[in-house]
Design a protein around this ligand. Structure first.
Ligand code: ACO
Length: 338
């Protein structure tokens, strides 16, 4: 498994979810929608919404602290903090640097990674590469998003889809077979579709002005149908690619976690791959689409629910703005009771 270098094993997970719940029925009072429409078209029943004191940084910090605790590591043992986010605390400095300081990870480097909803899969790939190259032994990978701050609450076609939260994983160098490993990672992009999923303003193209605010250019815009089609094909194809590089077959998979955007997308990926029913994990009913936090939130819940056990083979696929997407095959080694 280790080809001379240590494996990159997930040895801790942590999450943070705001306490405030916004249900579909609450949304019925805000925009012209219905619980039935949202459930039928997306599978979502409720989502968490950050209060004013909860931000991308505070949630990332709490999730990171919890992952560190599960891994039984001290902050000084972290070599690198990567925070995947599309809504950082500030345009700069990085949210990861704020987390590094708050944790007291005094020996760590830190940077943010922006690959929209695919951010956590990308960050796992980076962590694995740092570990295989010997540049790091302990990497804290976080996905944290405050989607409620970039959603237009008057636009029913997007505001019903998203939620806030954070999840984190410790990725650690290991020669212990039982600790598991991130076996392979396949990452892809198609920037020609950038306009399909975009926050147009607030960057160098359209710096913030009264006009950009008036025209609502700081809110997320999405071509839902295009995203839907592309997401299914992309997540299925990269899963196959990552599996091939792992020398594994679809029949070896015990669980599949796809980005928790829409249950119809997840079902379509499962169908395209001809995976057996019940193999795809879903928790989006409770949290909505939390972008780069969706994968670690799903990993955590799947493990707590006993769906993810030591020795299992897991496929994880993400897709989001860019378009950017990717998949990774993981041999699971983490047992929270150890
Ligand atoms: N409530 C009621 N009706 C609605 C709502 C709503 N919240 N939103 C849209 N509608 C209406 C539309 O206006 C349309 O009405 P019309 O037929 O009278 O014009 C009708 O419902 C159908 O709309 P569609 O957009 O065709 O609905 P669709 O079945 O495609 O579902 C959805 C829309 C849920 C957005 C779907 O396209 C989707 O999930 N797309 C992918 C989203 C995604 O995965 N995003 C992930 C990446 S996010 C990231 O990277 C940040």
């Amino acid at each position: 498994m280790n080809k001379g270098h240590p494996a990159a094993a997930i040895t801790g997970l942590g999450i943070y979810l705001p306490a405030k719940i916004l249900s579909n029925h609450d949304l019925e009072k805000m925009v012209d929608t219905s619980d039935e429409w949202i459930k039928q078209r997306t599978g979502i029943s409720q989502r968490r919404i950050a209060e004013s004191h909860e931000t991308t940084f505070t949630m990332a910090y709490e999730a990171g602290k919890n992952a560190l605790k599960m891994a039984k590591l001290r902050p000084e043992e972290i070599d690198l903090v990567i925070c995947a986010t599309l809504i950082p605390e500030h345009p700069f400095p990085s949210t990861a640097s704020l987390v590094q300081a708050a944790l007291g990870a005094t020996k760590a480097g830190a940077f943010d990674l922006e690959a929209a909803c695919a951010g956590f899969v990308y960050a796992l790939g980076v962590a694995r590469a740092f570990i295989h190259s010997g540049m790091a032994r302990v990497v804290l990978v976080i996905g944290s998003e405050t989607m409620s701050r970039v959603v237009d609450w008057e636009d029913r076609s997007t505001c019903v889809l998203f939620g806030d939260g954070a999840g984190a994983a410790i990725v650690q160098a290991s020669f212990d077979e039982k600790a598991g490993a991130i076996l392979e990672v396949a990452l892809k992009s198609d920037g020609s579709k950038a306009d399909c999923l975009i926050i147009p303003a607030g960057g160098s193209r359209y710096p913030t002005t009264e006009n950009t605010v008036r025209d609502k250019l700081h809110f997320l815009r999405m071509n839902g149908a295009e995203v839907f089609k592309a997401a299914v094909r992309a997540m299925a194809d990269t899963t196959l690619e990552a599996l091939k590089h792992s020398d594994l077959q679809l029949s070896d998979l015990n669980l599949m976690i796809a980005h928790q955007a829409n249950s119809r997308i997840i079902d379509a990926v499962q169908k395209r791959l001809e995976l057996p029913d019940g193999i795809s994990y879903q928790n989006l009913e409770r949290y909505g689409n939390t972008s780069s936090a969706s994968i670690p939130l799903a990993l955590y819940d799947a493990m707590q629910e006993g769906r993810l056990k030591q020795g299992m083979y897991l496929a994880v696929a993400g897709f989001g703005g860019g378009f950017s997407w990717g998949a990774t095959i993981i041999k699971w080694g983490l047992n929270p009771e150890n």
